[in-house]
Design a protein around this ligand. Sequence first.
Ligand code: KIV
Ligand code: NA
Length: 263
Amino acid sequence: MTPITLNTLKALKAKGEKFSVLTCYDATFSTRISQAGIEAMLIGDSLGMVLQGHDSTLPVTMDDMVYHTQCVSRGNQGSLIMADLPFLSDADIATLLNNAARLMRAGAHMVKIEGDHWLAEGIQALSQRGVPVCAHLGLTPQMVNQLGGYRVQGRGEAGQLLIETAKKLEAAGASAFVLECVPSEIGQAVTQAVSAPVIGIGAGPDTDGQVLVMHDMLGATVGHTAKFVKNFMTEAGDIQAAFEAFHQAVKQGQFPAPEHCFK
Ligand code: KIV
Ligand code: NA
């Protein structure tokens, strides 16, 4: 398979074609997910919850992220690899640059950072130095203590602010966006407002790409799963088929369905 790059995702957006993304944390699943044609894999700090058993992503360290990025990189068969900058790994610009460098050396092609309009300075510093950045907006789980829980964001006036923030961060150099848990109309508006690809999770059907946590879409997650999750294992019957079904459902605009979206 010709390796997927940022340009591939931009070209898909320009053509109005959808792409799929899954989280991934190890080499075996990396091979399987990339062989299913899924365009990008995210080493998400969600590993703190699904692999390590913490009740939030806050305990995840840079060492954890580097280790899992190396594992995913070894198994990859051509997908774009994005890695999360964990909680407070961007305390100042020098720290941010060093931590992003560690993820890139571990095999990431892009880093993802959670926040808001104030991310502009860090995004500019990274992108100027050759590190593509995905800005994660909307529900940002590293801020769960500030937000008071995992709640839908961008309702009412906050939706307009989100659109302005995305434009500002694209101007600062953001190459992609993750938009989490926002009303579908805000997902659509942000996607139209920026030329960088927008990857949604609980952001409606109109974003350029869709991402899910692998454990959630395989039906492996213990306990509560969010409204935006679909279990692709039930119908597919085996893991490889579930990855392929997810990819096809996103490509054909069948996922997310209305029951996975917020109004
Ligand atoms: O950590 C993660 O898995 C993520 C995705 C849910 C976007 O950030
Ligand atoms: Na994350």
